[in-house]
Design a protein around this ligand. Structure first.
Ligand code: PHE
Ligand code: ZN
Length: 878
């Protein structure tokens, strides 16, 4: 642990590296506690340098020897690295260091997982392997020799030679150190091949522990689909003779795009029908695509510095969402992404952790792998594409790859490509990267009937010096309909004055009979307040605003439940149809929580219609039936000036779900029968969607039959989706005990399934008991603090049980804080991420706030607290 106070690093302080690396030779003599790493690195002065300092990052290394041009040197060593007198011109640096993978529980650098050696270097893990300029703008080709008695030894690039106890790899593509990877272990492979569009024959492998070979087929198919898709849609081809994926059990994140050697959390690649749910399959397909797509957006073109993280992550998330939309259902993907954005990114951007998509300062970069950088970063790309159009987007991307291949680039480079390809000025658009916070978009409407059309454009626009922006249609005589938008972004992350941002607002108009009178049209809002006129209308239309969720904003609109119900019935945009139902549900729940109003009939009626609508995709219907999350309701109440009561929120959702079950009672058996999937299991969107809807219906049925049907389904289930859905229903209906015991016995040797067992019983527990269930499970012999998946399955599940976590006695908070304190000493990165479950602490009542603050302060007070956790707790406490 470090003694020096934490340093804040600023984007504005960027300076180019003084020394560049021509090439790197590494030799690894693997040994659990005494691995030797021998490096030979050729340095040359950077022509663009502003100073001459020679500094190599290095942490937790024991330096055995170091030489410059063959002469022994004695560098000055600090806890962050070393400096040394060096020649003026090019020279060769050689060093030997010792590291201890077996005791590396932080899972950064070289570590061991289930007997295998593996590495994780993003963002700054390479400095735990050897002394190096560990920054993304230093790129070099690597040659790696691995020595060990393990049968499989892998690194980046192509294999060049091997012998008894050693293997050598060479990666011809220059890369930053964060993309370095090494794996050695007793592994087996699922092999395949892919021929690229120019005819390169590529060997593909997924490497796993011997017992997992039956879980590789789906991941391999996903990889081949991804390779093909990137050729077809982006014209991007793979560039090595081999592409390896390795599954590891202990991993802090989902997966990592190391050049030619992607390393995956086993939960993000291994799948079989018996052990994985439909949702697991879909997630695995998306993550494999994401990591593969990084080969171009991340590896061939990387980031100049870590402030530019969204350059690779926002774009790659955007690309993987396009891929999933193409492979599955585009509307369902869009709705799911928006649910996720609102659940994870909005709270972040509206609380103490708010930061711009491109942050301007950090203490620990690991804390900025956030929903804002990733998911809002992807939304920004989606807006850009919508604004310039599909063709210009394709042109700009071609230019990006052409101009920046081999570069460590910036957001400025990215935007300049779009400006050059389209002639557009993106100065204002750039605010999406620099301003934090979720814009709030208020909309009001105005209608002037035909005989009224001689009046000045709009009465209520008197304070707007600008005339309404656009006029559409033009039939005469006609009425004029005006939409007036006002945007405002609340202050946050130290930014007080926010400028108006460019908002692409997709709208459609419906006539009173439900017909669409204006198809989706893009309004481009650039001012704080702006009006758009629509003419040629014979009757006052009903607007469908922000179709496809065309901008990541909070839309504020005074509207009636009747209008929402109308859109739910008639909107042609699937996203806004779903949104109308969601808003109805949300408004109804909030009214119930605030004033005890009964469930909204229009919502119940709407749902009965939607669920029976067999022209609608079952997956879409399943999304329709889901209620807003408890945390989303808490945030909504808070915004409306009501202190959220977690128990009341939980109770309201229960009441509404019960009423929905009763409303649909007669239809349930028939609908369930219709959704039954016959034949062999397939994770494709079609059957998965039917199972998703069937699962929702089973949840409702369970409220009526006390779990009888769920018990039958549990017994007969022949895939994990059906089994887990049934188990969740049984737990919720209070009769999960036997099934949970049986489930454990059946699956006790499968870690990934046992993660589900941990998670489900906490997430589905009655809120009054959730913290106790979680506590008991931390005493289970299978609870393993060192395995991030197991830790998240336990503590993450507790946080997901909103009312359970926020139990008034504070036991949920205390339990989580106890374990975060313990984990911090072992794994700072996962500890720090998990701290974010406290981020919304200020929205609750005074007692809960005090309890949360007390636990956050208890974490902050821990001696030797990691830089990661210290920064997070500090920001959350504010
Ligand atoms: N770069 C990885 C991804 O987005 C995520 C990651 C970050 C993994 C840091 C490990 C460590 O796919
Ligand atoms: Zn990524």
């Amino acid at each position: 642990m470090r003694d020096s106070p934490p340093q804040t690093i600023y984007l504005k302080d960027y300076t180019p590296p003084a020394w560049l690396v021509e090439d790197v030779h590494l030799t690894f003599r693997l040994a659990a506690k005494t691995t030797r790493v021998i490096s030979r690195i050729r340095f040359a002065p950077n022509p663009d340098r502003v100073d001459q300092t020679f500094f190599l990052h290095g942490e937790d290394l024991v330096l055995i020897s170091s030489h410059i041009d063959g002469v022994a040197v004695t560098p000055t060593i600090t806890e962050e690295g070393l400096s040394c007198d060096v020649p003026d011109g090019p020279f060769t640096w050689e060093a030997e260091v010792e590291i201890s993978p077996a005791t590396n529980t932080a899972l950064e650098g070289l570590y061991m997982s289930s007997g295998m050696y593996c590495t994780q270097c993003e963002a700054e893990g390479f400095r735990k392997i050897t002394y190096y300029p560990d920054r993304p703008d230093v790129m070099a080709p690597f040659t790696v020799r691995i020595e060990s008695d393990l049968p499989v030894m892998l690194s980046n690039g192509n294999p060049v030679a091997e012998g008894e106890g050693w293997a050598e790899w060479h990666d011809p593509w220059k890369k930053p150190s964060y993309l370095f990877a090494l794996v050695a272990g007793d592994l087996v492979n699922h092999p395949d091949r892919f021929t690229t569009m120019s005819g390169r024959d590529v060997e593909l492998n997924i490497w796993v522990r011997p017992g997992d070979l039956h879980k590789c087929a789906f991941g391999m198919e996903a990889l081949k689909k991804s390779m093909k898709w990137d050729e077809d849609v982006y014209g991007r081809e793979y560039d090595l003779d081999i592409f390896n994926i390795v599954a590891v059990d202990d991993f802090n994140m989902g997966a990592m795009e190391n050049k030619g050697l992607n390393i995956f959390n086993s939960s993000a690649v291994l799948a079989s029908p018996e052990t994985s749910t439909d949702a697991n399959f879909e997630r695995i397909e998306a993550i494999i695509a994401h990591e593969y797509f990084h080969n171009w957006t991340g590896n061939r073109i990387t980031c100049r510095d870590w402030f530019q993280l969204c350059l690779k992550e926002g774009l790659t998330v955007y690309r993987d969402s396009q891929f999933t939309s193409d492979m599955r259902s585009a509307p369902v993907k869009r709705i799911s992404d928006v649910i996720d954005l609102r659940a994870r990114q909005f709270p972040e951007d509206q609380g103490p952790l708010s930061h711009p998509v491109r942050p301007e300062r950090f203490q620990e970069i690991n804390n900025f792998y956030t929903a804002t950088v990733y998911e809002k970063g992807a939304e920004v790309i989606g807006m850009l594409k919508r604004l310039v159009g599909d063709e210009a987007y394709a042109k700009a991307l071609d230019l990006y790859f052409e101009r920046h291949d081999g570069d460590a680039a910036t957001i400025e480079d990215w935007l300049r490509v779009f400006e050059d390809a389209t002639g557009r000025d993106l100065t204002q658009f750039k605010r999406w990267y620099s301003q934090s916070g979720t814009p709030r978009l208020k909309v009001t409407e105005d209608w002037a009937a035909a005989d009224d059309a001689s009046r000045p454009p709009s009465r209520d626009l008197a304070d707007n010096p600008e005339a309404p922006d656009q006029v559409r249609g033009g039939g005469t005589p006609s009425g004029t309909y005006t939409l007036t938008f006002e945007q405002h972004t609340p202050e946050g992350s130290g930014q007080t004055e926010k400028e108006p941002q460019v908002l692409p607002i997709a709208v459609g108009l419906l006539g009173p009979n439900g017909d669409e009178v204006l198809a989706t049209t893009l309004l481009e809002m650039t001012q704080a307040k702006q009006s758009f006129e629509f003419t040629g209308l014979s009757a006052r239309p009903i607007p469908s605003i922000l179709r496809e969720f065309s901008a990541p904003v909070v839309l504020e609109r005074e509207t009636s439940a009747d209008k929402r119900a109308f859109l739910l019935a008639h909107d042609t945009d699937p996203f806004n149809r779903w949104e109308a139902g969601r808003q109805l549900a949300r408004d109804g729940l909030i009214a119930m929580i605030r004033n005890g109003s009964p469930a909204d009939d229009r919502w119940l009626e709407g749902m009965s219609r939607v669920v029976r609508d067999d022209t609608a995709d079952p997956a879409f219907r399943a999304l329709m039936l889901s209620l807003p999350a408890e945390s989303e309701l808490a945030q909504a109440l808070h915004e409306q000036g009501t202190t959220p009561d977690p128990d009341a929120i939980w109770q309201a959702r229960e009441t509404v779900a019960q009423q929905l079950a009763e409303t649909l009672q007669d239809a349930l058996p028939r609908l369930q029968a219709e959704m039954t999937v016959e034949g062999a299991y397939s994770p494709d969107a079609g059957p998965a969607g039917r199972r998703a809807l069937a699962g929702k219906l089973l949840g409702l049925t369970t409220r009526l039959d006390g779990g009888a049907q769920a018990a039958r389904q549990y017994t007969h289930a022949d895939n994990m989706t059906l089994q887990l859905t049934a188990l969740a229903c049984l737990i919720r209906s209070g009769r999960g005990e036997d099934a949970l015991a049986a489930f454990y016995n059946r699956w006790k040797d499968d870690r990934l399934v046992i993660d589900k067992w941990f998670m489900l019983q906490i997430a589905e527990a009655d809120p009054a008991r959730a913290a106790d269930v979680a506590k008991t499970l931390t005493e289970h012999p299978d609870f393993d603090l060192k395995n991030p998946n197991r830790f998240r399955a336990t503590m993450g599940a507790l946080a997901m049980n909103h009312a359970g976590f926020h139990r008034a006695d504070g036991d949920g908070y205390a339990l989580l804080a106890d374990w975060l304190i313990r984990l911090d000493a072992l794994n700072p990165q996962t500890t720090a991420r998990m701290c974010s479950v406290f981020q919304a602490w200020r929205r609750y009542d005074a007692d809960r706030q005090a309890l949360m603050r007390q636990n956050l302060e208890r974490i902050a007070a821990k001696s030797d607290l990691s830089r990661d956790t210290a920064e997070m707790v500090g920001r959350i406490l504010g």
